[in-house]
Design a protein around this ligand. Structure first.
Ligand code: EPZ
Length: 433
């Protein structure tokens, strides 16, 4: 089992290149199986969740040809099964997009209830409601398997009760080969919704309105092959922006869409960072102690829930009192106990965290409870005095490609070390001391 060992105290300085968006990739890979022709996907992030989904796709019989680390060719012509094995699905949440994709293409799909980060109850009632509105019978079978089956899928008017990224993508997938037009109201507007819609349109789908809260999907007879490049990852970019700010560094975050980062940039400016936007990069400079602010997580274009742990880690060291309100997932403050072990002063009550900024954090042995919380604890380790040893780094590898290498290139002292490799640990400590 691997751990990150971090020696804190160095400002991050330099340039970092952001990879493709993980959460767009998951929807796009599932959508790729809907054609019976080759679909070439570029700018694919090489992260665990994506690789697990590729295994699941090849497990149902599609041809998956990894051209290089960031490019894959998928052909759904050879799919033999509409049953996605529990082995795959239990590891990641994004596999549930195969339910929408296979239901859309074959009018039948069976997928085990999704896993993913434990950040709340994560119901799928809106996905079910959407599939049923299209004419499918959806059942939860023994062993937590969801099955969806229809004689034919027919467009309908669907009003989502909650703004859900997953349900919006799943309904777009299922409806693009349905008869007539589907209207999704109260749809999510995240950049990856737009990316999945653009991708499906490149395969011949007819989806309009993605990026607004009303999406119209006019069903087409079939989807064809395509070549498509995934957008940059908003959350990876935001994480590096906050890492630059927390360490009082100067980082140019390259290969981003600055518009997608507006909510993050605005908070950084508010607490005293300089943020400079270019065409496809942003530079974050922090050269003084940062101030406090209040943050409420909201669906896009609000402040992303996937950046909530990272901004909490940043504000733990800022001057004054900040309040974080988590309005998307009810169980996303588990990492606060780990930050407290490093000396942070944070009180959680329900969905709110009140942070009293402290002057410094101290390195500690801590554990990542989920993906984004893991990234936040790395940020804390980068600014803490002394050594931080972070367990459960596999969570971080679900969504960040070469995280420690990218941080090292910016000047951080961080290394991934096997938990039992005492010699490596001593070697690292000697190198950085
Ligand atoms: C996606 O999860 C992302 N995952 C999450 O990223 C992200 O945190 C989340 O969207 C919000 O942006 C993937 O894209 C694979 P939702 P998803 O459906 O689709 C409620 C990361 O770190 N809801 O938008 O599961 C739900 O409980 C991960 O990369 C229902 O009530 O999120 C939540 O309160 C973690 N019924 C809210 O909606 C439903 O049927 C938003 O969830 C569906 C959702």
């Amino acid at each position: 089992m691997d751990q990150y060992v971090i020696k804190g105290g160095k400002p991050l300085v330099g340039e970092v290149v952001i990879g493709g968006a993980k959460n767009a990739a998951l929807g796009i890979l599932a959508g790729a199986v809907m054609a019976d022709e080759p679909v070439l996907i570029e700018n694919l992030p090489d992260v665990c969740d994506v690789n697990v989904l590729l295994d699941a796709i090849s497990g149902i019989g599609a041809i998956v040809d990894r051209i290089d680390r960031h490019t894959v060719k998928i052909n759904g012509r050879t799919i033999k099964s509409v049953y996605v094995d529990y082995e795959y699905i239990k590891k990641i949440r994004g596999s549930y997009y195969l339910l929408g994709a296979l239901l859309g293409k074959y009018k039948e799909a069976k997928v085990a209830l999704p896993g993913g980060c434990n950040i709340g109850s994560r119901p799928i009632d809106q996905h079910k409601k959407g599939f049923e509105a299209l004419g499918a019978k959806v059942k939860i079978e023994q062993g937590g398997i969801i099955s969806a089956k229809a004689d034919c899928l027919k467009g309908n008017h669907i009003y989502l009760d909650v703004v859900s990224v997953g349900a919006t993508i799943n309904i777009m997938l299922a409806s693009c080969l349905a008869e007539e037009t589907t209207i999704i109201e109260n749809a999510a507007k995240e950049p990856h919704i737009v990316d999945v819609a653009n991708f499906l349109n490149s395969m011949g789908a007819n989806i309009k309105g993605a990026g607004t809260d009303v999406i119209r999907v006019k069903g087409v007879g079939k989807l064809h092959g395509s070549t498509y490049s995934i957008i940059p990852d908003q959350i990876e970019a935001g994480t590096f922006m906050l890492a630059a700010a927390a360490t009082k560094g100067d980082v140019l975050v390259k290969n981003v869409i600055p518009k997608h980062l507006d909510a993050i940039s605005a908070k950084l400016v508010e607490i005293g960072c300089e943020v400079e936007e270019f065409d496809d990069s942003v530079r974050v400079v922090a050269n003084k102690r940062l101030g406090h602010t209040n943050v409420k997580t909201l669906p896009y274009p609000g402040f992303p829930t996937d950046m909530q742990p990272q901004i909490t880690a940043l504000l733990a060291l800022s001057d004054g009192t900040s309040v974080i309100t988590e309005s998307i997932f009810e169980n996303r403050f588990k990492y606060v106990a780990e930050l407290a072990r490093m000396g942070a002063d944070i009180k959680v009550e329900g969905n709110m965290a009140v942070i009293n900024g402290v002057d410094n954090l101290m390195g500690a042995a801590i554990s990542a409870p989920d993906l984004r919380a893991g990234a936040a604890l790395v940020l804390a380790g980068l600014v803490a005095e002394g050594y931080t040893i972070l367990d459960q780094v596999t969570y971080i590898e679900r969504g960040y490609e070469l995280f420690e290498e990218k941080l090292t290139a910016l000047g951080a002292s961080i290394k991934k070390i096997d938990i039992n490799d005492e010699r490596e640990l001593q070697k690292f400590k000697l190198q950085v001391s």
